[in-house]
Design a protein around this ligand. Structure first.
Ligand SMILES: [Zn+2]
Length: 262
């Protein structure tokens, strides 16, 4: 690692963190986490590693701002709002940051593809959710295949799936200046989509789901209508962030499996 790359990384990290805070993409804590993550990834891997996560971050944050009036109706159901906090930043990018550091410590051809698989999975998950919420079309439970209301945890829709595929493909393309190989691109899209489906399956089964004892709504929030809500499914510690960590981890793992099987 060169010291000039570290200095550039710190400046880039500050620029992104401050810009994202004022664009209302991130909370204050989210900006601090983004500063550290961006500095580490740039210092460890320069643009080759920074561009994919930067593309994920800018496009996903912008997508969150789309269709705001329609998304308002889901606000009390979801644990978190569109302005991302440090937990969300680390859940989406933490595995990527660890892979960037690992690549500095021990040289292996596996870390970068695993990194792309991880970023593709969180991108597919975010784009799938954002596009699934603002478009029309039926939503089905990934577990029972029964039709469920839009915004249901573990619900999947055709537009959401298509959005996820486009998101994962965009990440594969963002690595094209450094490595381009069609088979690997297919692997990145497959790992990204599979990771986001694992995210949905966990969301439908193990993620904490509460019911408000005042208004009766099913929600990810522990407190609703200012009263503690009752846990009706899953485990209390399996929050939305934990599920996103699992999504990022499975994207990286699946890519390595595809890579070594083919
Ligand atoms: Zn309530």
């Amino acid at each position: 690692m060169e010291s000039t790359q570290l200095v550039t990384g710190v400046f880039l990290g500050i620029t992104i963190a401050v810009g994202a805070f004022f664009a209302r993409f991130l909370t204050f804590g989210g900006s601090i986490a983004t500063f550290f993550l961006a500095s580490i990834i740039f210092a460890a891997g320069s643009w080759k590693w920074t561009l994919p996560i930067f593309v994920f971050f800018v496009l996903s944050s912008s997508l969150s701002k789309l269709g705001q009036p329609k998304k308002k109706q889901f606000e009390s159901v979801f644990e978190k709002s569109g302005i991302r906090d440090y937990g969300q930043v680390l859940a989406n990018g933490g595995i990527g940051g660890l892979l960037a550091l690992a690549q500095v410590a021990l040289p292996s051809q596996d870390f970068y593809p695993a990194y792309l698989g991880s970023i593709a999975a969180v991108t597919a998950d975010t784009w799938g959710t954002e596009l699934g919420l603002i478009t029309r079309g039926r939503t089905y439970s990934i577990i029972s295949f029964k039709q469920v209301p839009q915004g249901t945890n573990g619900g999947v829709s055709l537009t959401g799936f298509a959005g996820g595929a486009i998101g994962a493909l965009t990440i594969a393309c963002s690595s094209a200046p450094w490595i381009w190989d069609e088979r690997q691109a297919v692997g990145i899209v497959a790992a990204g989509l599979s990771g986001s489906l694992i995210d949905s399956a966990l969301g439908a089964t193990m993620q904490a789901q509460y019911q408000c004892e005042s208004c009766g709504i099913t929600t990810e929030r522990r407190i609703h209508c200012s009263v503690p809500a009752k846990l009706v499914r899953g485990k209390q510690w399996i929050t939305n962030d934990v599920v996103n960590w699992a999504c990022a981890f499975s994207g990286a793992s699946l890519l390595l499996i595809f890579r070594h099987l083919s």
